[in-house]
Design a protein around this ligand. Structure first.
Ligand code: DEZ
Ligand code: MG
Length: 301
């Protein structure tokens, strides 16, 4: 059973109970480039109360550095070390868990943020934003030269996904022995200011279908993402809360990490998915309409 936060006391109790606050971004802080009502004020309240704040996003289109710029542009003061993205998690997974040899390459389906994180981890990649792959020209397999050094395909949200990229990724995954299939995240949709669009999971879905194989996911709810945070941030799970807008990524991630969970309704999930006969099996501890609701604690009782 999920508890709806209603009164000033409800919000105060949560602030008292948790020292570390993990925030999802799309659908919690913003939709596209539009901040959600009250976010800046609530982050200010948490700073004033000396809470530890961490941002954990599955959106792999930006690197941590470019997220920092986005926060700056939106007028939110944060440190780059407070940001953890699924692009970063994929790069760390390849460099420190798989320990991909330096002479090997990654074939990227994704945007510049994913390329930047791979580069920062010392990994070599092809594909991605390369104009040669961002084409609607017919893919010609007879002209394709297979690069034997491609040891992994990493797939993130790519708003310029096309048949050439899917075909090349498919070639590497079927013809290069041991080539790893990695998805930064598997969100089926993501929230923009004007409504939902297909998410990164929908970008990797054609490959999953063609291969008959699931990728290794490095974003929420996977433990790779939590391991990345734990490697840099010390927190007591019993005094930590994950705030998110999606049940099968954010809330599951929090639950699997032994954290409390708070759902906001400003992104993907609606109230009927957590309450009533059609409720999901993944239920947050708490829910509230939006992060801005915490502003009530600054109002006189
Ligand atoms: O990749 C996706 O599908 C989307 O970017 C998705 O919105 C993830 O972002 P998050 O909600 O985790 O910030
Ligand atoms: Mg979200």
């Amino acid at each position: 059973m999920s508890a709806r936060l209603n009164t000033r006391e409800d919000y105060q109790k949560l602030l008292d109970a948790y020292d570390t606050w993990l925030f999802d971004c799309d659908g919690v802080l913003w939709r596209g480039d539009h901040l959600i009502d009250g976010v800046t004020e609530v982050l200010d309240i948490l700073r004033r109360l000396n809470k530890k704040i961490v941002f954990v996003t599955n959106n792999a289109t930006k690197s941590r550095k470019t997220y920092k710029q986005k926060f700056d542009q939106l007028g939110i003061s944060i440190h780059v070390d407070e940001i953890y993205g699924s692009a970063y998690a994929a790069a760390v997974y390849l460099s420190t868990v798989v320990k991909i040899p330096k002479d090997k390459k990654v074939y990227v389906i994704g945007q510049s943020g994913l390329e930047e994180e791979l580069r920062d981890e010392g990994l070599t990649y092809i594909g991605g934003t390369d104009p040669a792959d961002n084409t609607l020209a017919q893919f010609d397999l007879s002209n394709f030269v297979l690069d034997p050094d491609v040891a992994a395909v990493v797939c993130g949200l790519d708003t310029q996904i096309n048949y050439t990229k899917l075909s090349k990724a498919f070639q590497y995954l079927t013809r290069n022995p041991g080539c790893l299939f990695i998805a930064t995240n598997e969100d089926s949709t993501y929230p923009t200011w004007h409504g939902l669009l297909p998410g990164a999971g929908a970008v990797s879905a054609p490959l999953r279908y063609a291969l008959g194989k699931d990728p290794i996911c490095t974003g929420k709810p996977s433990t790779t993402m939590l391991d990345c945070v734990k490697a840099k941030v010390h927190f007591d799970p019993s005094r930590t809360i994950m705030v998110g807008d999606r049940l099968n990524t954010d809330i599951l991630f929090g639950q699997q990490g032994g954290l409390a969970t708070l759902l906001v309704l400003t992104g993907i999930t609606s109230e009927d998915e957590i309450i009533g006969p059609n409720a999901s099996a993944i239920i947050p501890n708490f829910f509230t309409q939006g992060l801005g609701d915490f502003r009530v604690i600054d109002k006189s009782p």
